[in-house]
Structure formats: C-alpha cells, structure tokens
Write a protein that binds this ligand. Sequence first.
Ligand code: 5GP
Ligand code: ZN
Length: 135
Amino acid sequence: MSDCLFCKIAAHAIPAYVIYEDDVALAFLDIHPKAPGHTVVIPKVHVAALAGLDGGRVGPLFLAVQRVARMARERLLAEGLTIGINEGRASGQTVEHLHVHVLPRFEKDGGGSIHSVVENPPKESLEAMQKKLRQ
Ligand code: 5GP
Ligand code: ZN
C-alpha cells in the first residue's frame, strides 16, 4: 500500500471516524477539528490535486461533499458552511491526498470567510487576467 495517510484511511488500515462512504468517496472527521463536525471528504484513489482526479470521479466526490453538507445542516444544525480545498504547499496543504474540508459554521464562531485566507490582489486588470486564463 502507498505510504499516504489518507490512502491508509481509505483502505481502513488506519482508523478514522467515518461518517459517509461509497465506492468513490470517504468522509471522516478531521483529527484536529476547527469546528464541531469538521470533516474531510476524499476520493478513495490517490491524487494530490483536483486536476489529477479523473472526470468520472469528480461528480461522485462532490455528491459526497453535498451529503456531508446536508448532515451538518440537518444533524448539527449548522447555520452555515465553509467548504474548501487546500491545494499545494503554498495554500497550506499538509496531506498530499486531495481532500475537501467541510467546516460547519455558526454565528460568532470566531472564523472568517474564504476571503480571509489570502491577501494578494492582482496588479493587472480583470480583462488582462481573463485573457491570460482563456488563451
Ligand atoms: P490540509 O492542511 O492538508 O488541508 O489538511 C489535512 C487535515 O488532515 C488537517 O486538518 C489534519 O488535522 C487532518 N489530519 C491529519 N492527520 C489525520 C489523521 O490521521 N486522521 C484524521 N482524521 N485527520 C487527520
Ligand atoms: Zn493517498
């Protein structure tokens, strides 16, 4: 088996508090929760980044994310959610197996919005950026 921690969790070789599982995805509680019910949702296949996941697995992975989002809303009565991926060392990714964080949010829980994770506004115009991205 690969030396990847999340591959081992996906294979049930390392225990985790699993809250949802299907053929493609596994959702389990983060070992260092930043919020009640903080969950990570992973594809069972090893890929480091979203771009590496084959198209057929992207939909099922995000359906699993949606299920976890519904669980948080319905069972934990989350008032909101922050859903995100740390991808690459620059973003703070520490486990190099693609995972989607689902963070249940509550009024005055001390957190910020996704806008607070980076402060690096572009120097070029949005038009120039559009050209660069679409070329
Ligand atoms: P990253 O910073 O790569 O986006 O997040 C990795 C997450 O995995 C962290 O929030 C960390 O707490 C969680 N984590 C690391 N090791 C384990 C583990 O062995 N079990 C579980 N359930 N979560 C882990
Ligand atoms: Zn892996």
